[in-house]
Design a protein around this ligand. Structure first.
Ligand SMILES: [Zn+2]
Length: 411
């Protein structure tokens, strides 16, 4: 029997610490208290010094919702740090060979397990993730992440051109396999055309139909580098990048678009109108020198923003460091950087909202028991901006326990 199907323990677990709590107006505050979990969900949150006896934690502990990664590639975790190339060359030299190994379903399953354990060790409890083009391996990735208690979406990648032959599947075959993916535990399949370079119009339109039929999340890449944008224009008859996805019916409020760096005003307007999300990936953009996303400009155009590690384009597996990268990217653009509270919100409740996981990402009664317990060794609470001090000094060795759906999965 898989662990995700184990009977839910009926006894309560009580965690004590400095709680990262949502306050009206999308802000966050820190307050001493206790989180009570039972039956997989947060049953109650007690603020203050009194409350039920704690099973774990102390006033020195920091307790926050599990982190949510809105853009990550499972088969790329062993390819972190392959440096010195721009996106398209990097894909062909480093990434496609790594993804070709997933032809072997057992390899994919074993690697998915390793990746799931890494995600949990960094406090990530929900993802929007890419597998590879191999249907059996994509299904294995869904199953393995679900068995580890992780929530979110995992997609079989769709590609029918501009990649090595062993990674191409004709549109009809690829789409029919993608439509047969099964959700498991807290993981749902996602419609995942890799990007407009590696997908014919037939593939993109089929993906749009599949998204309408299933209601699954759509994830793809958009406007990461200028060379990629030029290639899309050439391959798609001169259309704007966002327009290519629009014509295929791929833009909606369940669409997560990785990067979106080099977009024209009318493309941002289109994304805003459709309610699509840009999954901003600052650490990846810096690593691949793709450009620096202008978060403030996209937000003022009305586009909703999620945040992703984009491993392995992004070398950082910790969403706390990706959040810091978001602040740094805004500084580089010379725009108002997100506050530390906004950055903590982004990697918890904000990203959960982007993934449609409305019952996670917050320490609130009724939400899923997705919780990180850490013991910082710095005096962050005495800092002028405690959440900033915590984010910049963050050390993964502080993480003592991670719960998914009320079950301890790490520590
Ligand atoms: Zn990506």
């Amino acid at each position: 029997m898989s662990t995700s199907e184990s009977p839910t323990p009926s006894s309560a677990i009580v965690l004590e610490g400095q709680l990262l709590l949502p306050v009206t107006g999308r802000g966050l505050e820190v307050a001493l208290g206790r989180v009570v979990m039972r039956g997989g969900v947060i049953e109650a949150v007690h603020v203050g010094e009194s409350g039920p006896r704690a099973d774990l934690g102390s006033p020195e502990h920091f307790i926050c919702p599990g982190f949510v990664d809105a853009h990550v590639h499972l088969p790329q975790f062993d390819s972190i740090g392959v440096d010195g190339m721009e996106l398209l060359e990097w894909l062909h030299q480093a990434i496609f060979p790594a993804e070709a190994k997933w032809e072997d379903e057992r390899y994919a399953s074993e690697m998915s397990g390793r990746v799931a354990r890494q995600l949990l060790s960094f406090g990530t409890t929900a993802v929007a993730a890419y597998a590879t083009v191999h249907p059996a391996s994509a299904q294995a990735a869904i199953d393995v992440l679900a068995e580890h208690g992780i929530a979110g979406h995992v997609g079989q990648v769709l590609m029918d051109r501009e990649a090595p032959a062993e990674l191409l599947l004709p549109a009809r075959e690829a789409l029919s396999a993608a439509g047969r993916m099964r959700g498991r535990g807290r993981i749902q399949p996602a419609v995942t055309p890799r990007f407009a370079v590696t997908c014919s119009r037939e593939m993109l339109e089929g993906a749009g139909r599949l998204a309408r039929e299933t209601g699954w999340v759509v994830q793809t890449h958009l406007s990461e580098t200028r060379a990629e944008c030029a290639l899309v224009k050439r391959l798609h008859g001169g259309e704007n990048y966002a327009e290519v996805y629009e014509r295929a019916g791929l833009l909606g409020h369940r669409t997560l678009l990785g990067h979106g760096i080099h977009l024209a005003d009318e493309e941002l307007g289109l994304l805003a109108m459709r309610g699509a999300w840009i999954a901003h990936c600052p650490t990846a953009n810096r690593f691949l020198r793709a450009g620096t996303f202008d978060r403030a400009r996209a937000m003022s155009a009305g586009v909703k923003i999620a945040l992703g590690s984009d491993v392995a384009g992004g070398p950082d597996r910790s969403m706390v460091r990706v959040a810091r990268g978001m602040i740094e990217a805004a500084k580089e653009r010379g725009t108002r950087p997100p506050t530390s509270a906004e950055a903590w919100w982004q990697i918890t409740g904000g990203n959960a909202w982007a993934l449609g996981l409305v019952d996670t990402g917050r320490l609130e009664a009724g939400c899923a028991g997705d919780v990180v317990v850490a013991r910082p060794d710095s005096r962050w609470r005495e800092a002028a901006d405690p959440l900033g001090a915590l984010m910049y000094a963050w050390d993964d060795r502080w993480v003592e326990g991670v719960w998914c759906g009320g079950t301890r999965r790490y520590g």
